[in-house]
Design a protein around this ligand. Structure first.
Ligand code: SAM
Length: 357
């Protein structure tokens, strides 16, 4: 049994070891639900939309890599892979090798099971080989992953970090270690892609409401710090999403994120709010969108400032979502849009070979 089976005391852990075990406990005890059960969830369309965003982001960069390294087998690190929600995306991308790492050991076990099932299905349908895989249970903000790789000289083409990086902003050393893990084995020209909450938006919404807590019937964000003086690291807030996520998270000040990345040879190529990403790629992705289990997305109503309003410098951010009454946006409800518009996508390119020891 993983040591996270007992609920850890938040207070105690914070003074000694930080929040890693609290986060791991939370994800470990999330039940593995089948697809039928998942489709009954109140946030099914939100989930599908986020899966669509990840699929489009992954396929965009897989194509770029293929364009430049035509015959090279593609190797990927899924940093904070969870239960392996992206395994099928990697299969579709036809990669050669995947490294899956996560702090939540139970989730990683579920990831293994999903991979085995996928492989059997593939064999049964004679669909050819599935990529090879290795699993690394680790706190990626503390451990040095390369030392745990089957082959530490491995060169990666892509590192994907979906809804995870913000956990590392608990402290500077943790954020640095996370960047080291993301960048160390990435070959020059390789990409580091991901999704995470947009701290501008978080601060802007709290300021707008003049309260440390905001949200709606689906989610709640509760800040543990003064919005007029947010810390660069350790800016803790509690995030709750329809009983699925209920966890301490940390604010990622984006300019700091970009500066730190440089230290590891990573150059920001793009940062986009989910809605802007959607607007840009929706034409290409329509087919996939409609295939994503009954998901239909329409943009927020004309003139709505549901997304992308906060300024980069969130110390001055005062713009905020304007409520539009009870408008339904396609099958994404207004409440789901309010949750989804908290997130952004980022893309870094490795510009310098690794030089640190
Ligand atoms: N990337 C997966 C996806 O998109 O489905 C999972 C995302 S889930 C929201 C966040 C994941 O980050 C959880 O599986 C959690 O265990 C993992 N995580 C949080 N802190 C971590 C850490 N310090 N090291 C490794 N994984 C961590």
């Amino acid at each position: 049994t993983p040591e996270t089976a007992e609920e850890p005391s938040t207070k105690l852990l914070h003074s000694n070891e930080g929040f890693a075990k609290v986060v791991a406990y939370h994800y470990n005890q999330l039940e593995e639900k089948g697809q039928a059960e998942r489709s009954k969830s109140r946030i099914v369309h939100l989930r599908n939309f986020h899966n669509w965003i990840k699929s489009m982001l992954i396929s965009e960069f897989i194509s770029k890599i293929r364009g430049s390294k035509y015959n090279e087998p593609i190797r990927v690190l899924d940093l904070g892979c969870g239960k392996g929600g992206d395994l099928f995306k990697w299969q579709k991308a036809n990669i050669k090798h995947l490294i899956c790492s996560d702090i939540a050991e139970v989730s990683l076990e579920q990831c293994k099971q999903r991979y085995t099932d996928m492989k059997h299905r593939n064999n049964r349908n004679r669909n050819g080989d599935v990529f090879s895989i290795e699993y690394i249970p680790a706190d990626c903000t503390k451990a040095r992953l390369r030392e745990k790789y089957n082959d530490p000289s491995l060169r990666l083409n892509l590192v994907s970090c979906q809804f995870v990086f913000h956990y590392s902003f608990e402290s500077l050393p943790q954020a640095e270690r996370m960047f080291m893990n993301a960048a160390e084995c990435l070959q020059p020209g390789g990409y580091f892609i991901g999704t995470m909450p947009d701290s501008n938006d978080i601060i802007a919404r709290a300021k707008k409401n003049n309260t440390r807590t905001f949200g709606n019937d689906l989610f709640e964000v509760s800040l543990d710090f003064d919005t007029n003086d947010p810390p660069l690291f350790g800016g803790k807030y509690h995030f709750q999403l329809d009983g699925v996520v209920d966890c301490p998270e940390f604010l990622v000040h984006f300019p700091t994120f970009v500066e730190l990345a440089k230290k590891y040879g990573l150059k920001l190529e793009r940062k986009e709010k989910f809605y802007d990403f959607y607007e840009r790629v929706k034409e290409d992705g329509m087919q996939l969108l409609t295939n994503t289990r009954s998901f239909e997305a329409y943009p927020p109503p004309e003139g709505s400032s549901l997304v992308g309003t906060a300024k980069d410098d969130y110390y001055h951010a005062d713009e905020y979502l304007k409520s539009k009454g009870n408008v339904q946006i396609g099958t994404l409800s207004k409440s789901e849009w309010e949750a989804s518009s908290l997130y952004l996508t980022f893309v870094f390119v490795k510009v310098k070979p690794t030089s640190w020891k």
